[in-house]
Design a protein around this ligand. Structure first.
Ligand code: ADP
Ligand code: MG
Length: 247
């Protein structure tokens, strides 16, 4: 606990919540503490991710412990990896059940594509059983058309990354079932949550019907409106703030 406090201090971390897990000091810690998949660890090394960044030290153990998270850390601090790794691990853990496990909502297509590429890199050569690779998709225009026409099974993917409107569209047309989703992430939530998005988020949340659904909201800034929304859609989220709190 002493060490954790020092680690937190070293990166100016402010973490609030009850029964908090300790931050990790290295990615290897995840293997010993959380039975983290060794193939994921080796993909991290292959991607030259050798040391976790502060948001990763704090965010990954919280997520693996099943906590709802409201996190803010500066641009370029590695927030993507902090929410992608727990989703990949979850997909591996629940490989015996069918359907979508993880959903990432991004405000723009460009950002969605970047997240997608990071997911693909980290899931390299990971098979959930002999024939089935861990499957990740960007909900593009063409994929959404294929889902609507049933050319591709909605159960094919473990993790999907999408902008809000495209996701809501396929869900409304019953082309994608969100009832099996176990983890939901809103990236760049400060850009997502204007008034129209509050309604969009409600619509997405209504379709994610797993009572154990874990939610994460990630952002570079933490405007007070965002905290209010977070409190309204999450159960006692852990708050992780790295660096300066901005208004
Ligand atoms: P943010 O979302 O906080 O703005 P990103 O997740 O886009 O930041 O990461 C910024 C850059 O840092 C990316 O190029 C990413 O590959 C790299 N990165 C992330 N985590 C690590 C790490 N642990 N070690 C080295 N580089 C990392
Ligand atoms: Mg980001």
């Amino acid at each position: 606990a002493e060490e954790a406090a020092q680690l937190r201090k070293s990166y100016g971390g402010n973490v609030t919540g009850e029964d908090l897990p300790l931050p990790i000091g290295s990615f290897e810690d995840l293997v010993t503490r959380f039975k983290f998949d060794k193939r994921l660890l080796s993909n991290l090394i292959d991607s030259h991710f050798t040391e976790p960044t502060p948001i990763q030290c704090e965010g990954i153990p919280m997520a693996l412990q099943g906590r709802d998270i409201l996190a803010s850390a500066p641009t370029g601090s590695g927030k993507t990896l902090s929410f992608v790794l727990p989703l990949l691990q979850q997909a591996i853990n629940s490989r015996k059940t069918e359907g979508l496990k993880g959903l990432i909502i991004s405000p723009t297509k460009e950002l969605a594509n970047q997240i997608y590429l990071e997911c693909v890199k980290l899931s390299n050569k990971i098979f959930l059983d002999k024939k089935r690779p861990l499957a990740i998709a960007l909900l593009s225009k063409s994929l959404s058309a294929k889902l609507k026409n049933k050319i591709i099974s909605e159960k094919k993917y473990d993790i999907i990354i999408s902008t809000p409107l495209r996701l809501i569209d396929v869900v409304k047309q019953e082309a994608l079932d969100l009832s099996t989703v176990k983890q939901l992430v809103f990236d760049e939530a400060d850009k997502l949550f204007d008034q129209t998005f509050v309604e969009q988020a409600d619509s997405i949340l209504a379709s994610c019907r797993d009572p154990q659904l874990r939610k994460t909201m990630v952002s570079a800034t933490m405007p007070s409106g965002l905290e209010e929304i977070a409190q309204s859609i999450m159960m006692d989220p852990v708050r992780i703030i790295i660096g300066r709190k901005e208004a």
